[in-house]
Design a protein around this ligand. Structure first.
Ligand code: ADP
Ligand code: MG
Length: 350
């Protein structure tokens, strides 16, 4: 029976050589039973590296408002947004700072507040600036022009309680995301779900291109937990649900799923802490590798149990019939052990 822990250790070793950190042997069993795979979008299926596509100051946004007195230039708009975002680690904020080309000048920014799934507010040069999605503008009671949402993620900016314009940014899919979704289906995952805080148009476009079964958008971190709990309650029998995320706004979900998988390179410390499995290269194909390793490990464990007990029962029977000799007894004991250990070591190879 020494071969059982050995199979788990060998699998964990094999996984870590493949860049997948498994925090405990119990997660291998759960992972081998995963039939529902839930993904966060930004940073998990997409690269999480946004690029500014368009800066649309109020008046140019097609919202009917004329560029009246006090309306600002695109560069000014970008600067307000980038300064307000100067303390955030969200991929969106990094992209705004990069596009603006401005070194964060914390002397100009005060009172920064970041709300998960919404955006940020801050005092920039004494002006109250808010930068975030439509939900955030609704929360602040600011009417904003309709941006071309289907073409990407929109960051709406308000200055002193007035809509100042929007910035259209776009993220691209990771090269291996589509391949990983197809491979997951081949190894027995029946349901692929994407959860995101982004707008429905951008979310559906990505969900469709990956062939997801279900796409749930405009979710706050708390909503993501609720959706995962609802999915968990629908799981039949021994089937398990795994959630993969980068931990930005989704660390609570990583803890709630049967198996939480964190993107190790771009993920936050909270995600790495909350997750059961950490992917060192943020590559969705590594999830496929992890499930394959888990399935192989469990197959080896059951093979060894059936083989060891089977041979011993056979020898007992032969002994009772008076056919068994000493050599057979030695084989049933030491021989079976050696074969089972050699079989367990196979788990080292991914
Ligand atoms: P996802 O679920 O796709 O990983 P998040 O939950 O991190 O996305 O964020 C959801 C949405 O909230 C983003 O698409 C963006 O519109 C808005 N948002 C979150 N943080 C920020 C921020 N720092 N600046 C601007 N917008 C933000
Ligand atoms: Mg995210």
């Amino acid at each position: 029976m020494v071969s059982i822990p050995l199979s788990f250790f060998a699998s964990i070793g094999g996984a870590s050589r493949a860049g997948v950190l498994v925090k405990g042997s119990n997660y291998l069993e759960a992972l081998s039973q995963v039939t529902c795979m839930v993904f966060d979008k930004t940073g998990t299926l997409t690269k999480g590296v946004f690029e500014v596509q368009e800066v649309i100051p109020a008046g140019d946004a097609g919202d009917g408002s004329a560029p009246g007195e006090g309306s600002m230039s695109g560069q000014e708009l970008l600067e307000y947004a980038a300064l307000a975002e100067s303390a955030s680690t969200h991929p969106i904020s990094e992209c705004l700072r990069r596009a603006c080309g401005l070194q964060p000048d914390l002397g100009r920014v005060k009172d920064i507040t970041e709300t998960g799934g919404h955006g940020v507010t801050a005092l920039v040069d004494g002006k109250k600036v808010a930068a975030g999605n439509r939900k955030m503008m609704d929360k602040l009671g600011i009417a904003c022009g309709r941006g071309p949402e289907e073409d990407g993620t929109m960051v709406y900016v308000a200055v002193d309680g007035r809509y100042a314009g929007c910035i259209r940014i776009a993220d691209s899919l990771k090269e291996s995301s589509a391949e990983a979704m197809a491979a997951l289906r081949r190894i027995g995952v029946k349901k692929l779900v994407m959860l995101t805080g982004d707008n429905p148009a951008a979310a559906d476009r990505i969900g469709q291109s990956l062939g997801m079964d279900s796409v749930l958008s405009e979710l706050l971190p708390g909503d993501k937990v609720e959706k995962v709990e609802a999915l968990l309650s629908e799981m039949p029998g021994k089937e398990k649900l795994a959630f993969a995320g980068d931990g930005i706004n989704d660390a609570p979900v990583l803890g709630r799923a049967d198996v939480g998988i964190a993107m190790g390179a771009m993920g936050s410390d909270a995600a790495i802490e909350a997750a059961d499995i950490v992917l060192m290269h943020d590559d969705p194909m590594q999830i496929v590798t992890a499930i394959r390793i888990a399935k192989k490990c469990m197959r080896i464990v059951y093979e060894n149990i059936v083989f060891a007990i089977g041979v011993k029962l056979l020898c007992l029977l032969l002994g009772a019939l008076g056919i068994a000799n000493m050599w057979l007894a030695i084989f049933a004991d030491v021989g079976v052990l050696v074969i089972a250990v050699l079989n367990a070591i196979r788990a080292l190879r991914v």
